[in-house]
Structure formats: structure tokens, C-alpha cells
Design a binder for this molecule. Sequence first.
Ligand SMILES: Nc1ncnc2c1ncn2[C@@H]1O[C@H](COP(=O)(O)OP(=O)(O)OP(=O)(O)O)[C@@H](O)[C@H]1O
Ligand SMILES: [Zn+2]
Length: 977
Amino acid sequence: MTDMRRHSVSVDVPLSRTLVQLKRVRSLRDPATNSMSKYASPSDSMIWETASSNGAMMEGSRSAHHHLIEEDVDLEAEATMGSERSFRAPNARTASYRKSSVVRIRGLNPPRNKQVHRVRGDGHRKSVDSNHSNHSSLRQLANNIVTNVVEEKEEEEVNSYERVLPEKSEEEVKRRSKFKGKSSAAMSRVGSPCMSASEARSVGSRRSTVGHGTEDTRVRSNDVVGPNFSGCGISYCWSGASKYRDLYSDSDGPEQPLLSPEGTEVPFQENVPYTETPRCLSQKFRPRSFSELIGLNVVAQSLLYSSCKGKIAPMYLFHGPRGTGKTSTARIFAAALNCLSLEEQRPCGFCKECVILFSGRSRDVKEIDAAKMDRLGRVKALLKSASLVPYSSRFKVFIVDECHLLLEDAWSAIVKSLDEPYRHAVYIMITSDLDSLPRTSVTHCQKFHFPKIKVADIVNRLERICVDEGLEFDHDALHFIAAKSNGSLRDAEIMLDQLSLLGKRVTISLVHELVGLVSDDELIELLDLALSSDTTNTVRRARELMASSLDPLQLVSQLANLIMDILSGRCQSAVTEVSKSFLGRYALADVGIEKLRHALKILSEAEKQLRTSRNKATWVTVALLQFGSSESDIVAETNDMHARSATGYTDDWVSKVNSSSNFCDACNSNKSNCSERHCRRLKLENIWRRATGKCQSRSARSFLKKEGILSSVHVTEGNSQVAIAEVGFSHPDHLSRAEKMQSLIQGVLQHVLGFNVEIRFKLVPCAARKDARSKRHSFSLLGCSGRKQELSDSTVTDEDEPVRHGARETPLKGYSSSQQPSPFIVQRVDSKPTVHGSEDDARSTLTSNRSMTDDLTRTCRSEANYSKGASEQGRFDSIQEPDLQPNCFSRTLKLQKRFFSSDAAHTICFRIQPHNKMGFLPKKEFDTYFCTYGPYEQCPRSNSRATYGSRDEDLSIKTSSGFGSNLLCWKGPKQSI
Ligand SMILES: Nc1ncnc2c1ncn2[C@@H]1O[C@H](COP(=O)(O)OP(=O)(O)OP(=O)(O)O)[C@@H](O)[C@H]1O
Ligand SMILES: [Zn+2]
């Protein structure tokens, strides 16, 4: 036996039987784990994700044998899989066995080195432990192995001609027949009692291919397996089980015992015949022709036409939401492509191709799960297979589901392969996420959009199913299911399926119970209570509803939907008394509508809060109680708001936060006693404190509290009122950090203000921070070392009261006073600026220092016309230069990097506003410089010369102006300048 192990031996016994024996011999398993999976082979090139969903498949590898044989056939079929696979010896002994025995499988290229143990498929490879108790089995097996070199050689050649590409010469085909004949003889010896049906079919098929061409093949293969033969169901069946199934995934599945406890062989289970029994309604009613597709007229017509006219693209892309029929359509189209009928209505559903395909046994139509195509090797194998001629059909169709999971490399490989002249290969890519596909690849596809299915169409379909299934139903219930399924027919069918299991009439209350929803009547009742300020009953009813396991968020969403339906007039055809009476009171009266809008607003706020709150039920109840704020409140509030908006300022949020109208919570005094401005600022602080207090993250909370300041709040006019909150930070780094927290800040402010909030960030002086109320804080806006700018308290930007300082408040030339741009940050510069350059510069700097002794505070202005709408997308910050004497020529401003956002996507634009002591110079004399942080650019808007500092961390701008300047710095997307 040892000798035998050492020498290569070829196999003379029927190979499938050998494999069966290998499979059965328990001792061939890994002794440590008793598992074969350890030797699971590199099935890298065995990527067939086959379609499908067959009940038999779901049973997993109830028969590893079946699996094995089936794969054998697969391999034979797919020449691409013919790569050699060798066992990896788990230990020396198995290695020794490996060396000694060469087990060859039909369809695989013969090993050059006979010491290579070849197995196909996932290769249930086995090691042999010579010490194992089943020596005798092994010996018997080994004795059955007889060298047959000639056979091997022939087989090799057969294999190489197994699949003939169209380009192959006739001569080759003849040779192929010759060898096929021999092969058939060899195959006739495949006498395994367990030869699988598919194998038998394959054998028959091969025989007939040789002699009679493909048309004959179909007939002959049926002769062998019988027209009703349904195979073991592995890998190709579509109905009955999960859609995505890895052919190899069950190699480790529950295998039937190979040896009984007594050591005798356990007879293999019979193939479980393919069964068409659908597992659920959506399978049972899966469409099988274009005419059965719902809501897809254009798609169906187009595909039908292209299949009839033979205008077939190499690649299609089906995209759209889930459950809208993409996979079903792909299968129908695949069937139509291969249907043998000459009628226009394809697929006919009756021809052999149709029958095979719809029973999930087609070998030319394969479904592939893109998630499994995670290695290039697998993609290559797919492409190789695509290059082979189809078994029996006209087209090889690859349905790649979830194709957005394909790697970009895979996409390019597939797209590249489209150039090859494989006119029989068709790819149907399916995705629900079009945006994540590589754009260039998508352009190669014919795209079909699968829209959400209309409620009415879903209802019709459900009705038909109910009739077919003998289910009693209420129309309302079906309508509700359809509305709930969000355009997915599959979801609707699944819901109906569940309801049908209850064995009761499908009624709306049953549906509500199943999906955990409240009926419209119950909702209206609750809404009515809440709107009529019936506090006790509102609380009681809300609690009741939520106690019956209704999710508070769900309740909010249902209520909001109901209100929206009422507002949009969709609820006018009320059926019940409750809804009729409610609609009469609310939907028709202006005040009622105003109340409903108000309620909707409250719900939208509540919804945001609920997402983060633990005590959801309470918050819902609180929200409901707010519905009851009286009509006069709403009207008054609205008027008030409009009045304030008209002046450009509203402190509606103040009235919301501080309910008392005469008492100033902020300064704890009667409003008449507190100074308006002071009071407002304190209120802003109050809001900011409350808002920041709502931040969940401690670090964010303390950062915002410490560094940020709410400098103003505006509420816009119009229907969709938005509060525009300006939040300031004194340091650019803080500013950029805060910008990253924009949504958080927005959320907390929204919560406190009760409005949708739009945030505007800006740099403000430190002194404006609340903690610096009494102190004067220095800050370095320009960040130049040694350069400090102290700002007075008055620099707090309360925009209702623009701060204007000093004699330099000269109107900008070129503007009438009414057109004056809005004021910007006010700064007072009282320290020496960093100016460097020539001696002249130095002198001028000194001069300028002298010149700015008294009146150094000045309003910087952003020029409103500078860029229309610019304020929407970015912002101006100003960097003020001290006044310089007119005789100052050129000088360089040096600005430290940290002033700028490090985000290269942002543009920083400097506008130099030269001015003399008399005021700003006329507009045309302005110099503009422009740069992007990163590689600096010349300003496209002016031909001004700009010189930038060479040091990395500094940006220097050389001004050509002989005057003092303001620098207006634009931070925002480049294109918006
Ligand atoms: N347009 C449709 N016409 C008829 N039946 C449909 C349609 N859409 C969905 N169905 C039903 O839903 C089931 C599932 O459909 P299918 O698998 O084709 O959807 P899908 O769009 O591919 O979904 P997914 O994107 O989740 O794979 C089908 O069996 C069928 O019963
Ligand atoms: Zn047909």
C-alpha cells in the first residue's frame, strides 16, 4: 500500500464512482475536524452564482454527492473551470496520499504532473489518514484504480474540444467528434449508480452534440433524462428558494452520513425531484411574460420588441427601487431571447427553452450575485464562460443582481469584454442604486428604469391574487397595504401573504394590527382631541394608542401624513362619520387649516427630537398638547412675526422661549427696565446656552459653549419661515471646527427656536463672546505674530442695530446711501500691523501708525454687488489694514495660514479697497486679488499683479495700491465668486 501511495496511478474505474467512494469514505475526511471543508478548494474560478431559488437547493447539500456530480458536469461545461486544482495536503500523510493517487475527473485538463490530485468544483477533497480505521476502504478504493494512460490522453483532447468556439475550424470539429466518440465510450462506463440526473443529461447531451449538432442535442438530452426530468435542482432552479445562492456555499452544509455507525455504506438519498411548489405568494405570482408585468409598459414593450427583432444589446441595466420587478423582467427577457417560438408573444412559456428556463434549469441563463464577484479571478471566469458558446440556447444571459456591488475593476473587465465578438453573451445588470455605479461603465448599457408601482396597480394585483387564492378581503384593506408598501409590489404581496395565513377576512383592522398602525379614524379622533385643547383626553388617548405597542415615531409620522393629506385635499372623500365631521370643522375653514399647519410644524419638530430621545411617548404627548395653542395665539403669532420680519428682524424665538411678554428672562427684570440691546444680547446668550446644552457630545457642548456666540437671529418672511442664525467664533480654527459641526448646531438651535434654522458662521472678535462681556479680549484676526487687535464691546454684531463708528464712516463711492452695502465686522486696530517690504514700506508703516492714533475704528464693508448671491454660499470676512499715507506705494501683507480654511476646495479672495483719508476710492480703482489656498491663482476678475509669499505657512499679498486698504476676504466655493 505504501508503494502504491508513492506511485502515480491513473484511474480506470468509472471516475464518478471513484469520487463517490472518496466521498463516502469517512476516513478521507480531515481527521481533526471530520470536515471536508478544510480541503475546500480554491473555487476561485468556480464562480457560478446561479440563480437561484429552488427548494431542493435550499436543502443545502443534502447530498454532497449530488453536488459533486453536478459540479462535475458544470466543470465539463465550463472549460474555463478546467484549471488544475490540487489538493493541499493538510499533513504529511495526506500529502503522501496525494502524491500517490491521481484522481482525474472528466472534463478537466489532464495533469502534467501526475502527482497532482485533481478535483473539480469546490472539491470535496479528502485527506487520508493511513492510521485511520478505514484503511480497508481506502485499500479497496486504491485497488480499483488502474492505470489507463490512453484513456486519459483521449479525454484530455475531448475536453479541449468540449466547447467549440464559433471560430473553430471544421477540422477541429471533426477531430472533436472523433474523440467524442471515444469519450462517449468512456462515459458509457460511468456506471455510478448514483449518476446524477444532470450528469446523465450532460452525457446524453454530449453524445448528441457530437453526432447531431445542437438542435439534436436538445432532443437527445431529453431522451436521456426525459422531458419531465427536473434534475437535482442544484444551481439552476429559480423557484422556491432564496434568490442568491452560492453554489458552493453548502459544501460545508449538513451532509448525509457517509458511513453508518456499523461501517456500512449509507445509501444515498434519491435526488429530490425539482418541485415547482412556490414558497410564497410573490413566487407563485411571479410574472412569466411581459404582459404580466405591472406598471412597466414601456420597459416591457421595448424589451419585447428588441427580442422579436433580434436587436440585442450586449449589456442592459435595470435600475429602480426594490420589489418593482427588475429580476422578474430580466428573467422574462432572458426567456424571450432564447424562446423557440416564432410567435410575436415571447417568451411563449411552452417551448423547451422556456420550460427549462422557468423551471430554473437553464444552463445558459445564470444569475450572479455581484457581492460574490469580489475577486478578479471570479470575474475572469465569468468572462471566459461568456466567451463559450451556449449549451443549447441562442444566448448566454448573465443576470448580475445588485450590480452596484461589483468592483470597478470587474465593471471595466466586463465592459472591455463587450468589444469581443461574443455575440451570444448578454449581460443584464440589476441595481437599486444607480448612483453608485461607475459612470463610464453605465454608458455602455441600455438603461431601463423601473419606477415605483402605483397604488392602484398594486391594489388590482392584490385583488387578483385574493380571488385566485380564494381570500376574502375588504377593498380598504388592500388599499392600505398598497399604500403602505411604498411602490414595491413584492412588499405588498408579502404583507398579503402574511395576512392570508391568519385564515380570516383581510380587513383594515387586521392590517393595522399586523403592521402596528392606527386606523385613520383613530388618528382623526386623537387629532381632534389635541386640536380642541382637551388636555385630559388627549393624554389618555395618546397613552392608550401607544400602550398598544404602537411606536411613537410611527404615530407622529402617521399623524403628519394624515394632516398633509387633509391639507392637500386628499381626504375629501371621507367615508366614516368621524372623518366627515372632522373635515367639516377643520379642512374647510381657514382657521382650521392654520391650526393644522401649526400642528404639522410641531410634529416635524417633535419627530426630530424623538429620534434622539429615550422617552419618546412623553414627547409625543407633549407635542400633541401643543396643538391646542389657541387660534388667536397662532394668528397673533403669525401677525407678530410678519411685522417683525418686515423690519428685517424678528425675535419670535424670544417669545417662544420667554413666554412672558413683559418680563425679560434674560436680565431678570421688567422689560421696560432693561435696555433693549442688552436684553437682546442676553437673550441670544440664553438661547445659545440652551442650544449648546442640548448637544449630546460633551466635547462639542463645551467647545460650542466656550468658543461660540449666537450673534443674531433673523426669521425670514414667507410660508416657509426659516430662522437665520449667525454664529460667531473668534478664531479661524474654531470656525472651521464649528463648520464641521454645522448640522449639530442647526439641530440644537432648531430645537430651541422652533424654526428650521439656517446657520451662518462668521469670525467675530473675542470680545463679543459672552464670557468676555465685561473684559476686553485681545484676538489676532490676522494671526500675525505680535499683531493684536483689541475690539471694543460694541463690536458685537447685533444686526438690528448696525454699529457705525468714527469719521471714516464715509459712504462708499459709487453707491447711493440707500444702496450702501451691509456693514461688516467692525474692528479697531491699535497695534502695529505686520508690514514688510522695502524701506519705503517700513517708513510708510510707521507713518501709518502715527496716522492711526485716534480714529482707527472703521466699518469694513462687504460690497453687496461684488457677487450676486454670494452671501448665500459663502461669506466675507474683513481684514482691516491700517490707514496708510498716500505716498505709500507697494507693500506686502502677510497673513498666516491659519487664518484660512485649510479646505482647498474653498476659495479665498481678497479684495483690496484702497482708500485715503477722505474715504474709499472710487470703485474702478479697486484692486482685486484672488487666490485659492493651495496653489494660488491670479484673480480672474482683474489683471492685477499679485505676489504671494514663498513661505508655506504664509500667504503674502503685494498690493499695488498706494493707499490704505481694507481686505475683504471671501471664503466660499470658488465658482460662487
Ligand atoms: N412590475 C411587476 N409586475 C408584476 N409583479 C411584480 C412586479 N414587481 C414586483 N413584482 C412581484 O414582486 C416579486 C419580486 O419582484 P422582483 O424580484 O422582480 O423585484 P426586484 O425589482 O428585482 O426586487 P429587488 O431589487 O429587491 O431584487 C415578483 O415575484 C412579483 O411577484
Ligand atoms: Zn418559448
